[in-house]
Structures are given as C-alpha cells and as structure tokens.
Design a protein around this ligand. Structure first.
Ligand code: TXA
Ligand code: MG
Length: 316
C-alpha cells in the first residue's frame, strides 16, 4: 500500500501534483462538479492504474480533461453543434462525446476501443492550473471506488481511495456537486447523462430538443449501470412522510433529519447531494434506511433524481 499525500491548493501543491502525474502517478483533482482521479491519458500504465485503483471495468471509457478548446482539436473532431455548445458552456460542467481523431495521441484504454472520445474542459481554477502546468491530456473518472458515491471533498476521496493513489489535491468542497452533463455529438445530439448543465440550457443553445436517455435512438454510455452511488443503507425516494427509524432527507421547508436545501433551491441541493448521502448513510447505520423527500424533475433536479434513482436501484 502506498501513502496517499494530501497536497495543498498552492503553487507548490500543484507543482508536486504535476511531478507525480508526469511520473505516471495518479492524483485526485478538484473540479467544479466532483473530484476526478487524474492520470496521463497518453500513458497506458497510468490509465491502467486508474481502472485498477477504482476497480472499474475496462470496457467503461474515461473522460479526457483539457485546458481549452485549442487543445481539443488535437484529439477530437469538433462538429458544428459541438462548437456552439463549447462557446456557451466551456469551461464548465459539460462533457461532449465526439468523433476521435485517427492521430489522437491517447492510450487506447481511455476510449475502451470506441471511435469516439468524451472530452471536458473544467472551470475549477485548480483543475485549470493543473492542466496548464501539466500541458497534456488528463484522463479522469470520478475519484470513488466503482459503483460508490462520487466525492465532492478531499476527505471523501481519501475515505474511498487512500493507499491506492499517489495524492489528493485539496480544493475544498466542489461548487456544482453533481457530475458533468454528457452529450453524444457524433450523430444527432443526445443526452447520455444529466448533470451540471441543465438540459433546458443546452436545448436553448441548440434550438432543438435533445434525444433523452430513455429514447431508443439514444446510444448508451457504457458506464451508466442502473445501480450506482450505492450507500450501505437502503434508499427510498419521493417519500412525503418517513417511517419510524428512517433517516429523512428533506427538500424545502418542513421537519427533516438532514436537508438538501431548506429553501427548495436546486443549485444548493446539487452541491449538498453527495455529502448528505454519505452523512445519511453514517446516521442510518448498518441495515438502516434513508428516505428522500421529492425533488422536482427540472433544471439540476434531473441530475439529482438520476443519481438518487441509481442510489436506490437494486444492487447486483
Ligand atoms: O463531472 C464529471 O464528469 C467527472 C469529473 C471528474 O470530470 N467525471 C466523471 O467521470 O463523472 P466518470 O468516469 O465517473 O463518468 C464518465 C461517464 C461514464 O459513464 C462513461 O461510460 C461515459 O462517461 N463515457 C466516457 N467516454 C465515453 C464515450 N466515448 N462514449 C460514451 N460514453 C462515454
Ligand atoms: Mg463516476
């Protein structure tokens, strides 16, 4: 087992993170969505180590993180719709699945052999500084063991991956709190995963409706398994009144053990979601149960409900 270092959000911390990444090591980096487990996307050994550290199936491809649009052109073909979405939402919590360039210098493990590549330009200032100083593509899935709750704080990363990765760059709590929205843009624009950019905002830029995940025309993201974000406790959704002994997570006014947002604010609820899921799990204890109040299915509520449905899904 290796000793996982906690690196501060300073020039020195970034410098140390870059040195570890250049040597093929793995560093968890803060992004505005969740912490990502970063490794050099050109280095087969580093990418293989990402899959091993997370215990992630190797058929599930990784997102490539880049500093800006200029870098994207080295790896992917920017379709006209993608260019418009990039202008509107990058840097930010949007991932686009684009045709992979034949000459893209990426480990084939990153794309799991597909002819497309998922690309994101994150906005978090530490991710930006890390990418600029590293000066290359960083493959980064969420920094949690596969199937578990995504991390939105450095201590969440350590709770799941301590001893399995070289370092965590500590950027405090993630502002958005749910993962990026993923769009397929290698054909008709389709939503693969709701996330930090609301579907309504994307449709406004495209001037057209997106194909949604339950649409038979929408390709499946290989990693979108039904059960995910699994806490130890049982999870029930859309509960108006909890049963005795249940940990009740509220949304909006009313009595609750914990609250996603007392004011019923979806942005606040998204930012709190994964931390509250962990806190509720600890309160519920082994064999316990967590009940969530209803959350509206609009804006960021789609991403919140998607994650809650996966947390509540039957486990394999
Ligand atoms: O906010 C986020 O997106 C975070 C931060 C770290 O950037 N990353 C993240 O990565 O959530 P991950 O690996 O947990 O989820 C990425 C999803 C997976 O479901 C994967 O199957 C899908 O993206 N994906 C990656 N490449 C793809 C491709 N070429 N085609 C379709 N889906 C792809
Ligand atoms: Mg993930």
């Amino acid at each position: 087992m290796m000793q996982t270092r906690l690196l501060p959000a300073t020039s020195e911390g970034i410098h140390d993170a870059v040195a570890l990444l250049r040597a093929g090591g793995l560093v968890a980096m803060p992004t505005e969505t969740v912490y990502g487990l970063a490794g050099d996307a050109r280095n087969d050994r580093a990418v293989a180590a990402i899959f091993a550290a997370k215990n992630r199936p190797t058929f599930n491809p990784l997102i490539v993180h880049l500093p800006d649009l200029a870098a994207v052109a080295q790896y992917a073909v920017l379709t006209p719709e993608a260019a418009r979405l990039a202008a509107a939402f990058w840097p930010g919590p949007l991932t686009m699945v684009l045709p992979l360039r034949d000459d893209a210098a990426l480990s084939p493990l990153v794309t799991a052999g597909l002819t497309t590549v998922a690309i994101r330009v994150p906005a978090h200032p530490l991710a930006q500084r890390l990418l600029a100083e590293f000066d290359g593509p960083l493959a980064a899935p969420s920094a949690n063991p596969s199937g578990r709750v995504s991390p939105t704080r450095a201590d969440h990363v350590l709770a799941g991956l301590s001893g399995r990765i070289a370092a965590v760059l500590d950027g405090g709590a993630c502002a958005v709190g749910v993962e990026s929205t993923i769009l397929a843009l290698d054909g008709q624009p389709a939503l693969l995963r709701p996330g930090g950019v609301p579907v309504e905002a994307i449709e406004a830029v495209l001037g057209a409706a997106l194909a949604l995940p339950n649409d038979p025309a929408t390709p499946k993201a290989p990693g979108q398994l039904a059960s995910h974000y699994a806490p130890e406790a049982r999870v029930r959704l859309n509960v108006p009144v909890p049963q005795p002994g249940e940990i009740f997570v509220g949304f909006g006014p009313g009595a609750a053990d914990l609250s996603l947002s007392p004011d019923g604010d979806l942005t606040e609820a998204a930012a709190n979601l994964f931390h509250l899921l962990r806190a509720a799990d600890a309160l519920a204890g082994p064999g316990g149960s967590i009940a969530f109040a209803p959350v509206p299915e609009t804006g960021l509520g789609r991403a919140i409900n998607d994650r809650l449905r996966r947390a509540a899904a039957p486990r394999p």
